[in-house]
Write a protein that binds this ligand. Structure first.
Ligand SMILES: [Mg+2]
Length: 236
């Protein structure tokens, strides 16, 4: 059995700016600051980490009550922003075929490991009709620090499925060096996919186990993600 945890933005889909635009609107409404995320690079970061940067830039301190209001408003606006026509918005190539093939394989649990908050992450997946593939998830609701997320996914696998998996049976699939780091720090393997802002070389240098230009090579990727460490198909 393998646990395969996907990142969302840049890996499964590109929201075409819907996430950022919803954050900008919610930030202005709640904190009264226009264009609060200008100049902040979002890729690979967690939503609360991005919010913290924006607050610092605006000279504001973190206030739990205001942050809750921001989140509620962001969750309302993200659906609206996703429905606007956006040329860059898309499911990444090969994603649907890969998810179908992995589900058909049977000996895997599919999940998420993402810097999104759970609610907005699922809103993005639902917009593209792929939310139902994912059983287990670790989100930035669990920790603002991405490197702390993997144990939450493993705990949910124990709680929900009664499965205890060693880290070597966990794969992360992600598009940034931050995805790579948050997997290898726990001994998981990481497939880096160059559909975001980083190249295969960037992801290999960060320590990715393997990389692909995109997720279209379905049969090779299914084989990679489901075979035993060492690649000979034998268990040790
Ligand atoms: Mg990403």
């Amino acid at each position: 059995m393998k646990l395969i945890l996907f990142d969302i933005d840049g890996t499964l889909l590109h929201s075409g700016g819907a996430g950022k635009d919803a954050m900008i609107r919610a930030f202005e409404e709640v904190f009264g600051v226009r264009d609060g995320f200008a100049g902040i690079r979002m890729s690979g970061k967690t939503d609360p980490g991005i919010l913290r940067e924006a607050l610092q830039r605006a000279g504001l301190s973190w206030d739990d009550e205001a942050v809750e209001r921001f989140k509620r408003r962001y969750f309302e606006l993200i659906g609206e922003e996703l429905r606007k026509p956006r040329p860059a918005q898309r499911l990444m190539p090969g994603v649907k075929e890969l998810l179908e093939a992995l589900r058909a394989h049977g000996d895997v649990v599919l999940g998420l490991l993402t810097g999104n908050w759970r609610e907005s992450g699922f809103a993005k997946l639902a917009h593209f009709g792929i939310d139902h593939y994912f059983e287990i998830g670790a989100f930035s609701d669990d920790s603002e620090n991405r490197e702390e997320l993997l144990p939450f996914a493993l705990q949910r696998l124990r709680d929900q499925r009664g499965l205890e998996l060693p880290a070597r049976d966990v794969w992360l699939v992600g598009d940034t060096p931050r995805d790579v780091a948050c997997g290898i720090v726990h001994g998981a393997r990481v497939l880096g996919v160059a559909t975001g802002e980083y190249t295969e070389d960037d992801l290999l240098r960060a320590g990715a186990t393997s990389t692909k230009p995109d997720l279209t090579d379905t049969s090779t990727i299914v084989k990679l993600l489901t075979e035993e460490p060492g690649g000979n198909g034998a268990d040790d």
